[in-house]
Write a protein that binds this ligand. Structure first.
Ligand code: SAH
Ligand code: TYD
Ligand code: ZN
Length: 405
């Protein structure tokens, strides 16, 4: 049943465009003996008729997702380490003696670079375990959820920020109004708020429906971000397409009137308008393609099981929770998934209860097929696992559609 839900940005009415059913917390990997019932919520997507923001219909309380046991480690990919080092380099070349604040600094993958270079910085990271890892490499970090009150305190103790940065974090935050109020408080007059998140245009184009899960509350576009920023005296002044994580956009906000809007913003806005990027009909068509992917993936895995082929999963990603639970795939179709994250190994995937093993289990012996759940790291993983292919193994991908390669 559809119920009336209001937009978290403008209180407009949401129109539901996709429903991925009952889903568990995507990063809640269970120990096999655990007796406690799992937490489930309804993963459905709506689009606001007023401001066009695409968002989840139901919010998961933040403390259920982000806590001391939060397992995701940003440093787990060498491509991402280089990506964040590149951002740090850019900040250091564009600013002299800046104060940089990062929201969701995780294990310090970006701020570690600034800390080593002696740049004044502060990370705000509520998940205690990953924040401790950041601190261990010399990052100054406070273990809190960033919101407007925290911004006031930082402004009072440290002064204004030149750069506020948030990677794969702003889209996790339904109470984004409090974040933007905080940014408006903390940012210096010439400062910038830079954030990067999965791009609605890429998700729809690639039918990467697994970008939708509890933590990914918003799917941003240039148009919706521009409208979201305005009430806080902030303007969208630049956008940059990023190839990482399956297609993202890096948005730069500045105080109204402080900077000119770049041609890239105008081009992306025009492109989005021409495509009708947030049209409810286009989003419903996307949901239809996701259902096709589900049917084809289940059919393929069922056929492989009947043929007696061996299959493993690669990457116990948060994204995979949506795929596994939406498709109803369990250990009967994928007996195990390998992942480099120690905190995930020996545990079970949420909802679908597939055992997770270390990467050494992959080659012991190689399976006939491997489902690449960490498809956003395809180049890095396929290079590292070249021998799998040489041994006759084949990758199963489901983005942009189900294919074997
Ligand atoms: N920036 C990293 C981490 C992304 S994961 C990267 O791009 O890889 C999202 C992170 O945001 C988590 O570590 C989570 O604990 C953190 N987070 C969630 N809500 C937050 C908030 N209100 N303020 C700051 N960090 C938050
Ligand atoms: P990622 O796709 O970055 O994010 P999310 O969990 O939000 O969907 O997660 C990648 C996962 O894949 C992470 O658990 C680490 C794992 N991984 C490997 O096992 N081997 C690898 O070579 C890489 C790059 C990642
Ligand atoms: Zn709205």
């Amino acid at each position: 049943m559809e119920i009336d839900v209001c937009c978290r940005i403008c209180s407009g009415r949401l129109e539901q465009v996709a429903d991925f059913g009952r889903q568990p917390l995507s990063d809640a990997f269970r120990v096999p003996a655990e007796q406690r019932a799992e937490f489930f919520f309804r993963l459905a997507v709506g689009v606001c008729g007023s401001c066009s923001m695409v968002q989840l219909m139901e919010e998961v309380p933040r403390d259920r997702m982000f806590h001391d046991g939060y397992p995701y480690l940003s440093s787990g990919s060498s491509v991402m380490r280089a990506h964040f080092a590149g951002f740090a380099e850019r900040v250091m070349s564009e600013w002299s003696d800046p104060f940089v604040v990062e929201l969701g600094c995780n294990d310090g993958v970006m701020l570690g670079n600034l800390a080593r270079a002696g740049v004044r910085h502060l990370g705000v990271e509520p998940s205690g375990g990953v924040a401790d890892r950041a601190a261990a490499q010399g990052v100054r970090v406070c273990k809190e959820f960033f919101e407007s009150g925290v911004a006031e305190r930082i402004r009072a103790t440290d002064g204004p920020a030149d750069v506020i940065y948030a990677a794969n974090t702003l889209c996790h935050i339904p109470y984004v109004g409090s974040i933007l109020r905080g940014v408006a408080t903390l940012l210096g007059p010439e400062g910038v708020f830079v954030f990067e998140d999965p791009y609605l245009g890429d998700v729809v184009r690639l039918t990467s429906f697994d970008q939708i899960y509890d933590e990914h509350f918003f799917l941003f576009s240039a148009g919706s971000v521009q409208r979201m920023a305005a009430p806080y005296g902030l303007e969208l002044v630049d956008v940059e397409r990023l190839a990482v994580h399956g297609g993202e956009v890096r948005y730069t906000l500045a105080r109204k009137g402080a900077r000119d809007q770049s041609a890239a913003v105008r081009e992306l806005l025009a492109d989005e308008a021409a495509q009708g990027i947030a049209d409810a009909a286009a989003l419903r068509a996307f949901a239809g393609r996701a259902a096709d992917t589900r049917d084809r993936l289940v059919a393929l895995l069922t056929e492989l099981r009947e043929r007696g082929a061996s299959v493993a999963g690669y990457g116990a990603t948060a994204k995979s929770a949506t795929v596994l639970n939406y498709c109803g795939i369990g250990p009967d179709l994928i007996p195990f998934i390998v992942d480099t994250t120690q905190a995930k190994q020996g545990r079970l995937t949420p909802g679908s209860h597939i055992p997770i093993r270390g990467p050494e289990a992959f080659r012991d012996p190689y399976p006939d097929y491997a489902v690449l759940f960490a498809w956003n790291h395809a180049a890095e993983i396929m290079t590292k696992e070249q021998e799998f292919r040489e041994a006759g193994g084949q990758w199963i991908r489901y983005v942009p559609e189900v294919h074997v390669a």
